[in-house]
Design a protein around this ligand. Structure first.
Ligand code: URA
Length: 228
């Protein structure tokens, strides 16, 4: 098997692309650094290590939760004991190695993907991949056509110019906003930048994953190919 494929199958967790890990000399095959991504390895016999740990193939799992408001996006919260999304994962899900993909605020509802596939998690959250995230937002004040134009093209938050987004007016004070980044509180800050405020926020799509047929709080297993 190709080294790259093996590392994907191990669900390797890292803030870097697998290609980069190999290029940086962070992957060892039988204690020797390996720089060739296409290196053929024997998964039964070769010892593959990263950060001094021997990597093992695992079953990669993917889930989508229709997150309710009131839960932090975290797998544990020992500091202040606030409820987290991990608390509402059903018992049939093995939590080991599982992580949420990106983050929804405590008061935000909607699509939250979980996986133990570190490579896919990275692909979905790395800013330059420009993956769609679609939000339905109810607002404090009426939204004008100028606001819609500005939301799509002209928003600066914390000194950073947002990438173009798509904004669609649903009613006088509700919109669907599709963004390709995932900055902290991005939707709320974008609306603040046009002098409005989000009263209710729901993520209705992340990449290809929607809430179709799901009820609030539900979680179901999905296939990798239905995500990207
Ligand atoms: N943007 C926000 O402001 N909050 C979220 O939870 C997600 C996107």
């Amino acid at each position: 098997m190709r080294l790259e494929k093996y590392l994907i199958q191990c669900g390797i967790e890292s803030g870097k692309k697998i290609k980069k890990l190999i290029r940086n000399g962070e992957i060892f095959v039988n204690d020797i650094v390996e720089l060739d991504i296409g290196k053929q390895i024997n998964e039964k016999e070769d010892k593959i290590t990263y950060l001094n740990e021997i990597l093992k193939e695992k079953t990669l799992r993917y889930y989508v939760m229709y997150k309710p408001a009131g839960y932090l996006t975290a797998m544990s919260n020992p500091v202040n004991d606030k409820p987290t999304v991990a608390d509402i994962l059903p018992n049939w899900i093995d939590k080991r190695g599982l992580a949420p993909v990106g983050r929804l605020d405590k008061d935000t509802e909607g699509v939250l993907i979980f996986t133990n596939d570190g490579n896919l998690n990275y692909e979905l959250t790395y800013p330059e991949k420009s993956i769609d995230k679609e939000y339905y937002a109810e607002l404090d004040r009426i939204i004008s056509d100028t606001d819609i134009y500005n939301l799509e093209n002209e928003i600066i938050i914390d000194g950073y110019k947002c990438k173009p987004s798509k904004a669609e007016k649903i009613t006088d004070n509700s919109i669907v906003l599709t963004i390709v980044e995932g900055r902290y509180h991005q939707v709320k800050k974008m609306l603040k930048a046009v002098n409005n405020r989000v009263n209710y926020l729901k993520r209705i799509r992340f990449a290809k994953v929607t809430l179709d047929g799901m009820t609030l709080g539900e979680i179901k297993e999905i296939k990798r190919e239905t995500i990207l």
